[in-house]
Each structure stands twice: as structure tokens, then as C-alpha cells.
Design a protein around this ligand. Structure first.
Ligand SMILES: Nc1nc2c(c(=O)[nH]1)N[C@H]1C(S)=C(S)[C@@H](COP(=O)(O)OP(=O)(O)OC[C@H]3O[C@@H](n4cnc5c(=O)[nH]c(N)nc54)[C@H](O)[C@@H]3O)O[C@H]1N2
Ligand SMILES: Nc1nc2c(c(=O)[nH]1)N[C@H]1C(S)=C(S)[C@@H](COP(=O)(O)OP(=O)(O)OC[C@H]3O[C@@H](n4cnc5c(=O)[nH]c(N)nc54)[C@H](O)[C@@H]3O)O[C@H]1N2
Ligand code: SF4
Ligand SMILES: [Mo]
Length: 662
């Protein structure tokens, strides 16, 4: 890293997984501006307000600069040695008395874009040997991973639309114009979707006429949580017409029986859509032949998440759209290169394990405890220490009241952060780690990229205050527990190089150019081989058939989740997005709620006060509450007990609510 003087550093934004190429203008130690890098082959100069806010994040007046430790009930600044020694000694004592399972690790969103930090966190987690792992998986969405495992035999199959060749794309419960994608990053979503809609069909399925729906060729607004009924009807008709049989499948008869009740009229009535919309969609599918579907949190957060994801895959499989140009393609990973080995095949019933001791009603999915079980595990004394790596627990996890009561009972709550939050305020140890401009990095989640690609960035500026690298902090904790995890005398760049050495692709080339891309093969031979080894796509996993039978729908208004453009979850609250609650004017009138005035949203679990925004483009019966506001915290409305029985995913969409003027 060069320092001093005016300079521009080429980097990539790690605020969200779209990882746009950026140019960072620096004057001495001051980050002056961030703008889009037109030479970046993936984002071609695009940035959004969040990426351009990086100077503000870096120079935030409240930024954490020195470690803090709780002594006599108060958090006070201390030295790294004192903080880490105290933390290490307390953790050691807890492990000696209660075993390693008493220590939990949360891999929050704030560590998700720190490649070295994340890898060393995994190593520390392994070394401690605790089953108590948490991450946004069970508060964001487990359905995609579950369905990939049950139907495709591997959780590693990440499908996404082949936008370049698609003739019909259906987006269900995702608003990429705001979110820039759910599990697939999408730089310049407006540009991409506008181009698509100009030459192909784009159907958006969302109970709101979203920013994305406004770009679509068609918008369908079913009742929340009933998307599966639309899909079940489509699958039923395609099976009856004679599905594409060139692709090997299993259990077509079981699937056919499961969707048989979903006639046009039954599906339209469940979803409360015009039956002619279903005819049009079916005709559009017939005309396009191959189709592409992407789902988002509107699907993965609802009670019907798994069933909806299942039927979307069934539709893709039966139209011959999997692993096909214009349909869905599967990312092999740039670093992992799934095409180089045989994916292990999961049993048809999946691989989940029993959940934590205090919650025998839950499952540990992908070796993670459901986030919703954290309060009970603390109250039961099973979890006594929590290493919270870049997580805003009080806004992200469900049942805020229960969690707020439980967290102070931890003997250790150690949080790595860049800014103070409600969670750092409850922590026993606050560990200030380097922000994204202060560290070199590579793209960690290359599976989330629209291309088979990777990027590298140097550190743009020197760290502020006493901030240390996440990996260094975690390796220091490991050393105090007797684990040799990483050589803490190494530089960040050397550690990054070490962790990325030994791959089949050249790390040195990546560093030299800043980005690299591998060619995409479609259809991909590795996918064909995989599906053959599987014995054909599993069309009707029993677990999903059972869930379909058990689905019930609330009748009154329900809560649905929403992202906002100028924030990411709890981050960037200082860009000024307000906790506006969107609702249909008829629902507002019935409840006596007035536009731009405060309203109270109540569930059986709690209540939240926000600002009412009456919006006719929200369908009646839908209350859209943005998430992760401290003042109007939607997780006061959610439950630690209302979970998906198969995976422990919290239900964040479709929760019954009542409305009241404040
Ligand atoms: N009711 C409801 N609840 C939800 C959702 C919803 O829609 N409705 N959405 C869910 C979803 S999808 C998710 S992903 C979770 C997100 O919940 P969390 O995983 O808790 O994520 P964030 O709120 O983004 O908090 C990330 C924290 O990391 C910090 N941070 C940022 N950069 C860095 C860094 O470089 N290093 C370190 N150490 N820290 C950093 C930020 O300051 C911030 O406090 O919330 C979930 N909760
Ligand atoms: N600007 C910004 N970008 C973000 C984030 C952010 O907070 N702000 N968060 C990031 C994170 S962590 C994630 S997980 C992704 C999420 O990315 P997305 O999944 O695209 O999230 P949203 O933009 O909230 O879009 C979800 C849509 O689902 C709709 N919906 C709700 N319930 C239902 C339903 O039952 N059926 C259907 N069909 N639709 C429904 C909502 O109205 C909403 O428009 O975004 C990421 N990007
Ligand atoms: S879309 Fe995501 S990666 Fe791109 S500038 Fe915005 S926050 Fe950064
Ligand atoms: Mo998320």
C-alpha cells in the first residue's frame, strides 16, 4: 500500500455481493470519493449509493478504533494485550468447566466479505470444536440449499438464470433493483432487467408492485406465501401436457399426484389472482420453451419457502431448463471448481442433525444451529460465550426482546465490529477490526457472482487507530486457547496469499490484474455427470410432499419483509432511510391509519411503531416493514418458536398482524 499524497486505488466494493469495481480517491489519509471503475469487466463503472458511501463508513465519527472490555459493568477502552488476555482466560475457563460446546460462534454479515477473516474464523471454529455455529443462513433462507440437497443431491448446486439467452425469466419474491440480488449479485440491475424486458419476457411475482415489477413485462401479485400454488398449477399442466423427458428424473408420478389438486381455479383462488393470469403464464412458458427462475427472500422467509423453491425447480426440470442455454445455469465456483471433482450425493431425506439441547423441536441444518434458538440456549446455560463476528444480533435475529434479555447472561459476548451497535453495547469485549478499505481481499463468495470470476484488491488506506485485521484477532484468540491457527507475524497480503495458494488457478495473476474470469460451459458436462450419478433429478422428496400437504394460510393482513436502497440490513442507517411501513390505502382506512403518520403494527409476539406510507401498489392484506431499523425493529414482531421444522429458518414473511393508529 502506498501512503501519503493524492492517489486513486483500484478496488472492489464489499458492501454487498455484487462486488462492483471501484476507484477510491485518497488524499493523504482521507478517503475523498469512491466511484465506479469503467474498466471493471463485471460492473463496467456501475456503483450504487451504498458503495459511494464508503468514505462515510470509513470516516464515521463514531467508528471503533480501540478495543474495549467490560470492567465493573462498564465498557472501557483498553489495550489489545489486556483485552485478548482477559478474553482468552475467560474462554479457557469456560471450556475447562463446561466443554467447547459452551462457546458459540456467529458468522455475521460483517465477516462475510472479509476473505482472510472468514477463513481464519472457520479454522478457529474447528479448533474450538463447538457445534454451536450460527450465521444468517437460518434468518435469510435455507430453502434454496435444502432443495438443492433434496432434489439435486448436493447443497452446492447454485442455479441462476442465464440472463444472456433467456426468453422468459420469472422472479419470485426478489426485488433486485433495490437489493442487487439475493443469492446472485447483480450489478446494474436496472440496466440488465431493462435490456431483458426489451427482448424477452420478464414476469415478477411480488405482492407489491416493486421497483423491479415496474420494469417487468408482467406483474403477478399473489397473496403472500401462496406462490407455490401458482407453481403447482404450472407443474400440473406441464406434466399433463407431457414434460420434457430427455432429462433423467425420479418420482414423476409422486410429483404428479402431489400437484393434482392444483387446478386452475383452485390455484387462482388460493393465490387470489385472476385465473386468466395463470393461463397467460402457462402460454408464455409454452412459447419460450426453456425458462429461468430466481427466487428471493420473499420466498425463503415464508412458511411455504421449501415447497415454493421445490416447485420452481420442478418446473425448471420438467421444461428441460436446468443446465440449458436460456434456462438455469449452475456456478461451478471460480476457486472451488466443482467441475474438477465428484460431488458427494446426499441421501433423499437430507443430512440435517438434531438441534441444540434446549430446543429438541429443531434441527441443525448445514451444521448450524437455528439463530432463533440462541436465547433459549443461553437461558439454559448451554451457551456461555459467544464470538459474534460482524453480526448485529439485536436487529438481525428474531424475538429481539428474548434475545435482549438473554445476551447479558453470557459470560463472554465478544464482538468484532467497525461501528458501535446495540450489540456492542451489550458485549463484554469489543474488538475493532479493519474495515474493507483497510485490508487486502479477494472475492470470497464467487458462487454469488454472475460470472465465473474472482477479484483481488490491495488495502486502499492504512488502518485507523488500533484497528487490527479480523484474522489476526481470531488467531490471537486461538493462540490463547492453545491452538496454532495462523502465524500472527505475517502481513495481511502474505496471509491472503497463503490461504489462496495451492488452488488450480494462479493467485499471482489475479493479484497482478485485479480480476480474472473462467469460461462458462453451458450445458456444463460436470452437471450432466452429476445428474446421471444422482440417477436423475429427484422430483418429489417426501419431506417436501409432506410440507405441501400441511400448509395453512392466515386470513387477515400479514407482515412481509423489505430491503431499502440506501442501507444494507442494519448498516448505513446514517444515509437516512426511514422505517416506512407500506400498506394498501383500503387496509389503512379500515384500521384508521393515516398517511405519513405513525402507526403501530402488532403480532402475537410484540409491536412496532413506524411511519405509515399508503401505497396502492401494495396489495391489500400486505404490511411491508423494512428490516433492521433500531427504532422500529421488525424483529420485535417475530418469534423464536415459529420455525421451519426441517431447517430452523425463522418465519419472517406471512406473520399475521393487526394495525393501529399510534
Ligand atoms: N425480521 C427480519 N429479520 C431479518 C431480515 C428480514 O428481512 N426481516 N433479514 C435477515 C437477513 S437476510 C440477514 S442477511 C440478517 C443480517 O443480519 P446480520 O448478519 O447481523 O447483518 P447486518 O445487520 O448487516 O450487520 C452486520 C454488522 O457487521 C458490521 N460490519 C460491516 N463491515 C464490517 C467489517 O468489515 N468487519 C466487521 N468486523 N464488521 C463489519 C456492521 O457494522 C454491522 O453492525 O438479518 C436477517 N434478519
Ligand atoms: N439495498 C439493499 N440491498 C441489499 C440488502 C439491504 O438491506 N439493502 N440486504 C442484502 C441481503 S442480506 C439480502 S438476503 C438480499 C435480499 O434480496 P431480495 O430477496 O431481493 O430482498 P428484497 O429486496 O427485500 O425483495 C424481497 C421481495 O419479496 C417480496 N415478498 C414478500 N413476501 C412475499 C411472498 O410471500 N411472495 C412473493 N412472491 N414475494 C414476497 C417483498 O415485497 C419484496 O419485494 O438483499 C441484499 N441486498
Ligand atoms: S451494488 Fe453492492 S457492490 Fe455494487 S456499489 Fe452497491 S453496495 Fe457496492
Ligand atoms: Mo441476507
Amino acid at each position: 500500500m502506498v501512503s501519503g499524497g493524492s492517489r486513486t486505488v483500484r478496488s472492489f466494493c464489499r458492501v454487498c455481493p455484487s462486488v462492483c469495481g471501484i476507484l477510491v480517491d485518497i488524499d493523504d489519509d482521507r478517503v475523498v470519493a469512491v466511484h465506479g471503475d469503467r474498466d471493471n469487466p463485471f460492473s463496467r463503472g456501475y456503483t450504487c449509493p451504498k458503495g459511494r458511501a464508503l468514505p462515510l463508513i470509513h470516516h464515521h465519527p463514531d467508528r471503533l478504533e480501540r478495543p474495549m472490555m467490560r470492567t465493573d459493568g462498564r465498557l472501557t477502552e483498553t489495550t489489545w494485550d489486556a483485552c485478548l488476555d482477559d478474553l482468552g482466560a475467560t474462554l479457557r475457563a469456560i471450556i475447562a468447566e463446561h466443554g467447547p460446546a459452551a462457546v458459540a460462534v456467529n458468522f455475521g454479515t460483517g465477516i462475510g466479505m472479509d476473505a482472510t477473516g472468514y477463513r481464519i474464523a472457520e479454522a478457529l471454529h474447528r479448533a474450538i470444536g463447538t457445534p454451536a455455529k450460527f450465521s444468517p443462513l437460518t434468518i435469510d433462507g435455507t430453502a434454496k440449499v435444502l432443495v438443492a440437497e433434496l432434489m439435486g443431491g448436493s447443497a452446492g448446486l447454485t442455479g441462476r438464470p442465464d440472463y444472456e439467452n433467456a426468453e422468459l425469466v420469472i422472479l419470485i419474491g426478489s426485488n433486485p433493483v433495490v437489493s442487487h440480488g439475493h443469492t446472485v449479485g447483480m450489478p446494474n440491475p436496472r440496466g440488465l432487467l431493462r435490456d431483458l424486458a426489451a427482448r424477452a419476457q420478464l414476469w415478477v411475482v411480488d405482492p407489491r408492485r416493486t421497483e423491479t415489477a415496474r420494469l417487468a413485462t408482467r406483474h403477478l401479485a399473489p397473496r403472500p406465501g401462496t406462490d407455490y400454488a401458482v407453481l403447482a398449477y404450472l407443474v400440473r399442466e406441464i406434466v399433463r401436457e407431457g414434460a420434457d423427458t430427455r432429462v433423467p428424473v425420479q418420482d414423476l408420478d409422486v410429483l404428479a399426484a402431489a400437484v393434482e389438486p392444483f387446478t386452475r381455479d383452485h390455484a387462482a383462488s388460493l393465490a387470489d389472482v385472476d385465473p386468466s393470469d395463470l393461463d397467460d403464464l402457462l402460454t408464455a412458458i409454452g412459447r419460450a420453451g426453456h425458462i429461468a427462475i430466481d427466487t428471493g427472500t420473499g420466498v425463503t422467509m415464508s412458511a411455504s419457502a421449501n415447497v415454493t423453491q421445490w416447485l420452481s425447480w420442478a418446473l425448471l426440470i420438467l421444461t428441460g431448463s436446468m443446465n440449458t442455454p436460456g434456462g438455469e445455469w449452475f456456478h461451478p465456483g471460480y476457486g472451488y471448481q466443482l467441475e474438477m471433482f465428484e460431488l458427494p450425493i446426499a441421501p433423499p431425506e437430507g443430512k440435517s442433525k438434531p438441534g441444540p439441547r434446549s430446543r429438541p423441536d429443531t434441527r441443525a441444518f448445514m451444521r448450524e444451529y437455528p439463530c432463533a434458538t440462541l436465547p433459549d440456549e443461553i437461558e439454559a446455560g448451554n451457551i456461555r460465550a459467544l464470538l459474534n463476528l460482524g453480526g448485529s444480533l439485536l436487529t438481525g435475529f428474531p424475538a429481539t426482546d428474548a434475545l435482549r434479555a438473554a445476551l447479558p447472561k453470557l459470560e463472554v459476548l465478544a464482538t468484532t465490529e467497525i461501528l458501535p451497535t446495540g450489540t456492542t453495547a451489550l458485549s463484554t469485549h469489543v474488538l475493532p477490526t479493519k474495515g474493507q478499505l483497510e485490508r487486502p481481499d479477494v472475492t470470497l463468495w464467487d458462487f454469488m457472482s454472475t460470472r465465473i470470476s474472482a477479484q483481488h484488491t490491495p488495502a486502499a488506506v492504512a488502518p485507523i487507530g488500533e484497528r487490527r485485521s479480523m484474522w489476526w484477532v481470531l488467531a490471537q484468540i486461538g493462540a490463547r486457547l492453545g491452538h496454532d491457527i495462523a502465524d500472527t507475524s505475517m502481513t495481511d497480503e502474505a496471509m491472503l496469499a497463503t490461504l489462496n495458494a495451492g488452488g488450480r488457478r494462479s493467485y499471482d495473476d489475479l493479484v497482478a490484474t485485479g480480476w480474472a474470469e473462467a469460461e462458462r460451459e453451458l450445458p456444463a458436462a460436470w452437471m450432466q455427470r452429476h445428474v446421471e450419478r444422482l440417477g436423475g433429478w429427484r422430483l418429489a422428496p417426501q419431506l417436501l410432499v409432506d410440507q405441501l400437504h400441511d400448509l395453512r394460510h392466515p386470513t387477515g393482513p400479514v407482515l412481509v419483509p423489505r430491503r431499502q436502497l440506501r442501507r444494507v440490513n442494519a448498516q448505513l442507517e446514517y444515509l437516512g432511510e426511514q422505517p416506512e411501513i407500506l400498506l394498501n390505502p383500503d387496509d389503512a382506512a379500515a384500521a384508521g391509519v393515516v398517511d405519513d403518520r405513525k402507526l403501530v403494527v402488532r403480532t402475537e409476539y410484540g409491536e412496532v411503531t413506524g411511519i405509515a406510507r399508503l401505497d396502492p401498489s401494495v396489495r391489500s392484506g400486505v404490511v411491508s416493514v423494512p428490516h433492521a431499523h433500531v427504532g422500529a425493529n421488525v424483529n420485535l414482531l417475530t418469534s423464536k418458536d415459529d420455525l421451519d421444522p426441517a431447517t430452523g429458518m425463522t418465519r419472517y414473511s406471512g406473520v399475521p398482524v393487526s394495525l393501529h393508529p399510534a
